[in-house]
Design a protein around this ligand. Structure first.
Ligand SMILES: [Zn+2]
Ligand SMILES: [Zn+2]
Length: 340
């Protein structure tokens, strides 16, 4: 897409109002809401929840986010492609597009122009309007490829990025064969809408509401109900303080379903170099949340704590630098990124 001059009538701050995206998202919402009552079945609801977990927790949270965006752990290359393919099926854009935008979000958190979903532009902007008013930096492959060079040089990821959306067609066909139109309506339309909003919640509500145990230089928050709806990503203040750490929930009561899957891969010997929270940070910078639990831990360690993973690593290079040094963080994980 070519960026047109900011003086043109359908632009705002150099942003292009992208009618095809708006109409498409509106159409999927309309079809999902309009058809769902007529095709209801409990098996279709169960399918929706199952695919929401598979595509959301495994594909997006574990795959696109913690594995590809942050390299919080490593898996064999074939498994990495398989997990990325599950992310592609979530219908949230290709992996290079998603990862590039997310790395910019961390590098320039809440900057009005350089963070694609800057919370400084308001709730609806960070939730979904950023998809409607598009900036070529974030939406033109020729530009966003620069922010994920590790993926952009791989032909498999380039194919996923260019053509992955087409995989929705055979997926819909498979669901039709398995359960007829109820499976198509719920497994494709209802699932897409619910999963879109789950992911968008992280960009909107967790930069607005919740607690801030870490004093990052942004407004990221820990929000328990968002963490439940997003398989752990709602512990967003933890994540912004230490973006490369694999678990987003750092305490037993911070439910992080995606971390359960990473731990399973680790137990099977498939995940390695799992980046763990720095031990000294688990008790520091928290505003007393942990103090009631410390006597219990001393009594017999009956509460689960994070094991020191064999072959894993702990923390990241923030240990000696101020939390929230986003530019430093970005330089850490990928020195080839050409950030604007
Ligand atoms: Zn954020
Ligand atoms: Zn992140």
């Amino acid at each position: 897409m070519t960026q047109i001059p900011s003086s043109a009538p359908n632009t705002r701050d150099g942003l292009v109002f992208h009618w095809p995206t708006v109409l498409f998202i509106a159409l999927i919402h309309g079809l999902a809401l309009g058809l769902a009552p007529f095709f209801f079945s409990w098996s279709a609801v169960a399918l929706t929840l199952g695919l929401h977990w598979l595509f959301g927790s495994i594909g997006i949270c574990l795959g696109y986010h913690r594995l590809l965006s942050h390299r919080s752990f490593r898996v064999p290359q074939g498994l990495e492609y398989a997990i990325a393919l599950i992310g592609v099926l979530a219908f949230q854009g290709g992996p290079i597009f998603w990862v590039a935008g997310h790395r910019l979000h961390h590098a320039y958190t809440e900057d009005r122009d350089r963070d694609p979903y800057s919370a400084q532009r308001g709730f609806w902007w960070s939730h979904m309007l950023w998809l409607f008013y598009q900036r070529s930096t974030f939406f033109d492959p020729q530009q966003y490829y620069r922010y994920a060079p590790d993926l952009a040089r791989d032909p498999v990821y380039r194919w996923f990025d260019s053509y992955g959306a087409l995989l929705q067609i055979p997926l819909a066909g498979l669901l039709y064969l398995l359960g007829g139109w109820p499976f198509v309506v719920y497994g494709m339309l209802v699932r897409s809408v619910l999963l879109w909003h789950s992911t968008w919640l992280i960009n909107s509500v967790t930069h607005l509401w919740g607690n801030r145990p870490f004093l990052c230089d942004d407004n990221s928050r820990n929000l328990w109900w968002a963490a439940i709806l997003t398989y752990g990503e709602g512990w967003h203040n933890n994540h912004h303080a230490y973006p490369q750490v694999a678990p987003a929930g750092w305490h037993w009561w911070q439910i992080d379903i995606t971390w359960w899957a990473i731990r399973t891969l680790q137990a099977l010997g498939l995940a390695r170099k799992v980046v763990m929270p720095p031990p000294e940070r688990l008790g520091h910078d928290f505003r007393g949340w942990d103090s009631p639990l410390k006597p219990l831990r001393r009594l017999g360690s009956i509460l689960p704590t994070y094991p020191h993973s064999p072959g894993g690593t702990q923390g990241n290079s923030h240990q000696s630098s101020p939390i929230g040094s986003n530019a430093d963080y970005n330089a850490d994980y990928d020195k080839e990124s050409a950030l604007p």
